[in-house]
Ligand binder design. Structure first.
Ligand code: NDP
Ligand code: 8X3
Length: 256
């Protein structure tokens, strides 16, 4: 069992999927949680569950990471006692649509770029200076296999995750002379609300993505995030790619 006792962990996109699982697993390990997402009612429900189950404390806030003003206002409003962020999990992200570039929706592109790239940067810009001042911290960015490969009709989502990969590498260079560690966890197929969001609520289409194989669960990924964050301070897990056993590439999947 990993211990995160007395550690403060900020998770973006904690209202669902991988972010929600990270909240539960870090709470089980004894961390105090700062949970943000747009759906505050879900955060409040999660917060009372983890407080009850694990006796830890939480701070929840509505936050749309696409707005730099909102991120700055969140950071300014965060009470002093919660600013000692030891672990930042940059998880909030989404895909919209599956389209050829010449047929795609500009609005979908903007939503993906604003959330996955600019949102991650805004939160990082607000939080990392606190880590630098304290000479302590671990940043875990949730990338994707889509940050290593490009698949048909996924150019823009893949571009955002390639950007996460580049930003992660850049952060590691920029923070190399500090004790702060930078990690990326890059999953393949994980069954969450991800595909429902991509296909705008089309549950049947979303289900087909995970049919015929055993996908990863959000807990599988949260376990890796917790592992990376709980290594001794001199150990920096730089990058983990995690696939279901029946997946060998972004679109190379064995289905039965
Ligand atoms: P979910 O749809 O289940 O969760 C996405 C989370 O991101 C939600 O909590 C959502 O909260 C939050 N979010 C989305 N937009 C915003 C925003 N503008 N501001 C704040 N929070 C936001 O999907 P996953 O758990 O699967 O996705 C988590 C991360 O994992 C993403 O970065 C995704 O790209 C990545 N990933 C997922 C894979 C998969 O197969 N599922 C594989 C590889 C990577 P709310 O709507 O309440 O704001
Ligand atoms: C999300 C999973 O399959 O679209 O990053 O690359 S996939």
């Amino acid at each position: 069992m990993y211990t995160m006792k007395e550690q403060t962990v900020l998770i973006t996109g904690a209202s669902s999927g991988i972010g929600r699982s990270c909240a539960r697993l870090f709470a089980q390990a004894g961390a105090r949680l700062v949970l943000v997402a747009r759906r505050k009612e879900r955060l409040d429900e999660l917060s009372s569950v983890v407080q009850g189950d694990f006796g830890i404390s939480t701070y929840c806030a509505t936050l749309d990471v696409r707005s730099n003003e909102a991120v700055d206002a969140f950071a300014a409003a965060l009470p002093e006692a919660w600013r000692n962020i030891d672990v930042l999990v940059n998880n909030a992200g989404l895909s919209r649509g599956l389209d050829k570039v010449h047929e795609g929706s500009v609005q979908d592109w903007e939503e993906m770029i604003d959330t996955n790239v600019k949102g991650l940067l805004y939160v990082s810009r607000a939080v990392i200076p606190w880590m630098v001042a304290r000479k302590k911290g671990t940043i875990v960015n949730i990338g994707s296999i889509a940050g290593h490969e490009v698949y048909p009709k996924g150019a823009v989502y893949c571009a955002t995750k390639h950007a996460v990969d580049a930003i992660t590498k850049g952060m590691r260079l920029d923070l190399m002379d500090t004790p702060i560690r930078v990690c990326t966890v890059d999953p393949g197929l994980v069954e969450t609300e991800f595909s429902e969001v991509r296909f705008r609520g089309d549950k049947e289409r979303a289900k087909t993505i995970y049919q015929g194989l055993q996908p990863l669960t959000p807990d599988d990924i949260a376990d890796i995030v917790l592992f990376a964050a709980s290594r001794p301070p001199h150990v920096q897990i730089a990058e983990v790619i995690a696939f279901p056993t029946a997946q060998a590439g972004a679109v190379i999947v064995h289905r039965t």
